[in-house]
Design a protein around this ligand. Structure first.
Ligand code: PEP
Ligand code: MN
Length: 337
């Protein structure tokens, strides 16, 4: 952290600041110029609030030279993290493909989708049991009953399961039954939920919030990691912009950005980004090309009659042909599916 004092700041003020920083355990490198004094603060400032400095009238500005996240920071962990989700490795050479319907509806639907995505090469099965819906009158999910159906379909097809948690009171159940616990976009900054998930060891799929910056998103990962659970996978799912043609705007630049800032794996969900099935294929290809560690894709056996998000769901045949195309793209960028 670098502190620039205003020209003519009294010596006593600079001394006061230095004493406070020393008490906090930092070292100080002071540069005294003709008009200005600059204090270089040495040490881990991630837990230090710069407002404690900016509040001083004689401070011109405070600049962080290091991101406010530590455990998620690539600087302190140069190697890519590889997260093991019940035997499926996420973040290595092989891309993870999570596929399945938006919501769990029936045993027949889950079994049919699970068998077809498995045959096409998907490595995990998704399905929502607790649904975060914009309208309270929309289908809210089959809850515990749905979780049982997802688990049965996953077991029958040898696929680890991914599903969204909405509240901390369900953690015990999820820890028992779910291989990868999803925190949805709307809960990315539910800090109490993140803290509780940090106390578990279950891998967490942390989706980017609807209007979250990349730094805010990584800070949410930091919440989980600082609690002791380092098994975090990030998921870019589009952000809210002024564009209304698509459901969200897929921020593909977030992938190389996250890769530079953090060692955590990052995957892309083109389905919730686009909101339209025909856009899923080109966006999925682009995601692999920019270095995503995998994809989450909504697939439904009967999208016309889906209980949720049918318009953005791929039919199993289209998903299978997309997987074939993705194999070629993955190879070009040195990855595998
Ligand atoms: C989902 O994956 O089912 C979902 C609701 O996604 P998001 O939180 O990204 O909207
Ligand atoms: Mn959905």
């Amino acid at each position: 952290m670098i502190i620039v004092l205003k020209p003519g700041a009294p010596e006593a003020e600079s001394k006061k600041l230095k004493e406070m920083l020393l008490r906090e355990g930092f070292q100080i490198n002071e540069i005294v110029g003709v008009n200005m004094t600059i204090l270089g603060v040495i040490g881990d400032t991630s837990a230090f609030d710069p407002k404690r400095i900016t509040v001083n009238d004689y401070v011109e500005k405070v600049m962080r030279v290091q991101e406010p996240f530590k455990r998620a920071n690539r600087m302190f962990h140069p190697e890519n993290s590889i997260i093991d989700v019940s035997g499926v490795k996420v973040g290595g050479k092989k891309l993870v493909v999570i596929a399945g319907p938006c919501s769990i509806e029936t045993d027949e639907q889950m079994n049919s989708v699970a068998a077809s995505v498995k045959a096409a090469g998907a490595t995990m099965l998704r399905g929502g049991a607790f649904k975060p819906r914009t309208s309270p009158y929309s289908f809210q999910g089959l809850k515990e009953k749905g979780l049982g159906m997802l688990r049965a379909a996953g077991e029958a097809n040898g696929l680890p399961i991914v599903t969204e948690i909405m509240s901390a009171d369900k953690i015990e159940k999820f820890v028992e039954d779910v291989d990868l616990i999803q925190v949805g976009a709307r809960n990315m900054q539910n800090f109490e939920l993140l803290k509780e998930l940090g106390k578990t060891k279950v891998p967490i799929l942390l989706k980017r919030g609807l209007a979250a910056t990349i730094e805010e998103w990584i800070m949410s990962a930091e919440y989980i990691m600082s609690g002791g659970n380092e098994n975090v996978i990030l998921c870019e799912r589009g952000i809210r912009t002024y564009e209304t043609y698509t459901r969200n705007t897929l921020d593909l630049s977030a992938i190389p950005a996250v890769k530079k800032l953090s060692h955590l794996p990052v995957i892309v969900d083109p389905s919730h980004a686009a909101g339209m099935w025909w856009m899923v294929e080109p966006l999925a290809k682009a995601a692999v090309a920019v270095g995503a560690d995998g994809l989450m894709i909504e697939v439904h056996n009967d999208p016309e009659n889906a209980w949720c998000d049918g318009a953005q769901s791929l039919k199993p045949e289209r998903f299978a042909s997309l997987m074939d195309d993705l194999r070629g793209i993955a190879k070009i960028v040195g990855r595998e599916i």
